[in-house]
Design a protein around this ligand. Structure first.
Ligand SMILES: CSC[C@H]1O[C@H](OP(=O)(O)O)[C@H](O)[C@@H]1O
Length: 377
């Protein structure tokens, strides 16, 4: 059976290198030959599963800005692949190469400000850029592709490790609420919050997931429900406004979410609405946990107030847009706000699951006890 599910509309299909199951699925790939990045356009899910092939870094930058690909680790991995594409078209000497890579780095770095994984991945790739700048063009591409793929594979392994750690906290028979999408679509594969859920299921625990729809872009309804349903995990979607009532009625046993940046004091930036869920969980005595790879921890950022919060366009709020389908839900004359993230203070978080271990309570001391991996390059 083809790994590619027919779409409602003919999209340029690229046979995905892995089966379309949620756990094995990844949202972005650098194809063999290092000249093509294949990306699933997540804006079209769940109605269309359409892949796009990119040969230029500008296309990758646009895909990150427009959220064809989204999720903190996934945009870091995509940016790393974008740098590889820049190297493919640059056959100049060392200085010209360094200039092209610096320009490309700046273009990719400006796409989205909140998820620290983007800057982390570009900083890591820059160390390879400097190391190989004087090598032959083909060798430069090979070295950068290897580094970018290492970032991708390491993230997927980190998701598996944090999934195992977090799964130990999941009680058999429980109902878990998650917000936005912190799954395979948001990472190198397997997912962070959804990695915990997958690992709990794989450990034989009977769980049900409630995915909060997550206005305005509906990552919870469109992406998390899609992923978990594909994996045969019991998932139902609720609106963001239902969370309090479900908690008050004892219908939620645990909350697990992803993160876009963890500050040194343990404050966490995540999709808008997360802070409200954490407050409600506190009121109702429900454990609120975060799963994120160490590449999301920013020890240079002292606290949540220092985390840049991305402001996106009003149209994402005033209209509901899925591919070519768009419906206006607000009067023309009324303005809309659209901060894409908010900050949950450390005091509302029970635990942070990372591939290096669990930080709890989530504070500077607990984070400092997790030993970061030796620098890769
Ligand atoms: C595994 S990180 C996922 C993280 O990123 C999402 O934001 P966006 O969809 O805007 O990229 C959301 O905050 C998720 O928790």
């Amino acid at each position: 059976m083809s790994a590619f599910i027919p779409t409602l509309k003919t999209g340029r299909a690229h046979p995905h290198p892995e089966p379309l199951s949620g756990s094995a699925f990844s949202a972005v790939e650098l194809m063999p030959g290092d000249r093509t990045v294949v990306m699933l356009d997540q804006r079209l899910l769940p109605r269309q599963e359409r892949y796009e092939n990119f040969q230029r870094p500008e296309q990758v930058a646009d895909a990150i800005s427009t959220m064809k690909v989204r999720g903190a680790p996934a945009i870091g991995i995509s940016a790393a692949y974008g740098l590889v594409l820049a190297a493919v078209v640059c056959d100049g000497p060392r200085d010209a190469f360094l200039e092209v890579m610096a320009t490309t780095d700046g273009m990719l770095r400006r796409t989205r400000p909140t998820a620290v994984n983007l800057a982390w991945a570009l900083d890591r790739m820059h160390r390879t850029v400097v190391r190989i700048a004087a090598e032959a063009p083909r060798d430069r591409v090979t070295a950068l592709a290897a580094e970018a793929r290492a970032i991708h594979v390491e993230d997927k392994l980190a998701c598996k490790k944090m999934g195992e750690l977090g799964a130990a906290s999941v009680r058999d028979g429980s109902t878990i609420l998650t917000h936005c999408n912190a799954g395979a679509l948001a990472t190198g594969g397997y997912g962070t919050a959804l990695g915990v859920i997958r690992a709990a299921r794989d450990a034989g625990k009977k769980i049900r997931v409630l995915s909060a729809e997550t206005r305005p872009l509906l990552q919870g309804a469109r992406l998390t429900a899609w992923e978990l349903h594909k994996d045969g995990i019991d998932v139902q979607t609720i609106t963001d406004s239902m969370v309090g009532s479900f908690m008050a009625r004892g219908l939620i046993d645990q909350v697990i979410v992803g993160a876009d940046r963890v500050a040194r004091n343990g404050d966490v930036a995540n999709k808008i609405g997360t802070y409200g869920v954490a407050c409600l969980a506190q009121v109702h005595g429900i454990p609120f946990d975060v799963a994120a790879p160490w590449s999301t921890v920013d020890l240079a950022c002292p606290d949540g107030a220092s985390i840049p919060i991305e402001e996106r366009g009003e149209r994402e709020v005033s209209h509901v847009t899925i591919g070519e389908f768009e419906v206006q839900v607000m009067p023309d004359a009324v303005r809309a706000h659209n901060p894409a993230f908010d900050v949950t203070p450390a005091r509302l978080i029970r635990a942070l699951y990372t591939e290096l271990g669990t930080a709890s309570p989530l504070d500077a001391a607990s984070l400092s006890r997790l030993t970061p991996p030796p620098r890769a390059t």
